[in-house]
Design a protein around this ligand. Structure first.
Ligand code: FO1
Length: 314
């Protein structure tokens, strides 16, 4: 079994390659739910949906949402003067209606996530990090605190932030599926996701971070920062704004307590000795996932690195 700590688009791309190099049924994606929100009363789980739609082969070219989507619901809401900055498409809406109804009927987020994935033909396992609510909250420069989607979509992540917290984290427990997978997995991959707001909420769950600390020899991270920049999203600026180095080394520092191996891009080869000095085994290669075959090649190289760790696997 391979467990993958996952955010949204970058993780989904890696997972789509991973299921080409190992049995899909042996993969468990443990997905961030800190980005989840209530949209017109409905429960929306962007990272779970991005991973699910991508593994189902249904994702739009934006990386999130569904290919061939229409927007008539949003257009109608606009006529009512309702907020439309968060783009819920007509087909995507069905997912949120179904999930919300099932949650209201007493099913857990883990159960509904599995049911949706199964219905869409996904063979890999997708589990939320927790069945309880955890919300990523960001303090903007100027002092206002907003939730993740308000920052990311409404403000187009163009506003500087001064801090991040995960509301509800003290009362949340890791999902049974997440803990089981992380305990049993022969390899654990930290996907190339934002280390602060995508991996951050998962690692903020005490049971998960202590388990990974203990199993650190089995954990490999892939840097989402290449030549000082994020391919997508605000990870690079966020690292700088929160006082970290906006490089693969900065990411390595943040994850050093839970990972013992790291894959970095060719463009960052010069950082390898500094990252190795933190206690990592390092592989340098092309990490840009342009299509499914480059994703599969990255997944294979990542597994090679973590599975050749010089430890007793008896
Ligand atoms: N991202 C956007 O940039 N604009 C949107 O309007 C938007 C809507 C949306 C709806 C459903 C969904 O599952 C994802 C959506 N995303 C949108 C992506 C989402 O904000 C981010 O991908 C993640 O939360 C960050 O990992």
């Amino acid at each position: 079994m391979i467990a993958v700590l996952s955010g949204g688009v970058g993780a989904a791309r890696l997972l789509s390659g991973l299921v080409d190099v190992v049995e899909p049924e042996s993969v468990v994606a443990v997905v961030n739910t800190g980005d989840d929100l209530r949209w017109n009363t409905l429960y929306v789980a962007p990272d779970l949906d991005t991973v699910t739609y991508t593994l189902a082969g249904l994702n739009a070219t934006t990386g999130w949402g569904l290919e061939g989507e229409s927007w008539r619901t949003l257009e109608t809401l606009d006529r009512f003067g309702a907020p439309t900055w968060f783009g819920i498409g007509d087909m995507d809406l069905a997912t949120h209606l179904y999930r919300s109804e099932q949650l209201a009927a007493g099913r857990t987020l883990s159960e509904v996530t599995a049911a949706i994935a199964r219905s869409l033909g996904v063979r890999a396992n997708i589990v939320p990090m927790s069945d309880q609510p955890v919300r990523t909250m960001l303090t903007l420069d100027g002092g206002d605190e907003v939730d993740f989607q308000e920052y990311f979509v409404h403000h187009r992540h163009s506003v500087a932030i001064s801090s991040v917290r995960f509301a509800g984290i003290e009362d949340a427990t890791a999902s049974v599926g997440a803990l089981g997978a992380l305990e049993e997995a022969e390899s654990i991959i930290l996907a190339p996701s934002n280390p602060i707001v995508s991996l951050g909420p998962i690692l903020a769950l005490e049971e998960i971070s202590s388990l990974l600390r203990r199993r650190r020899d089995h954990v490999v991270a892939i840097s989402p920062i290449i030549a000082g920049a994020a391919l997508k999203g605000p990870a690079d600026r966020m690292l700088t704004e929160l006082g970290h180095e906006s490089t693969a080394f900065g990411v390595a520092e943040l994850l050093a307590h839970v990972a013992s191996a790291m894959v970095i891009d060719n463009a960052d080869a010069a950082l390898a000795p500094r990252i190795a000095a933190l206690g990592y085994r390092v592989t340098v290669r092309d990490t840009v996932m342009r299509d499914r075959s480059t994703s599969a090649a990255l997944a294979a190289a990542t597994l090679d690195l973590v599975q050749t760790l010089p430890i007793d696997r008896a």
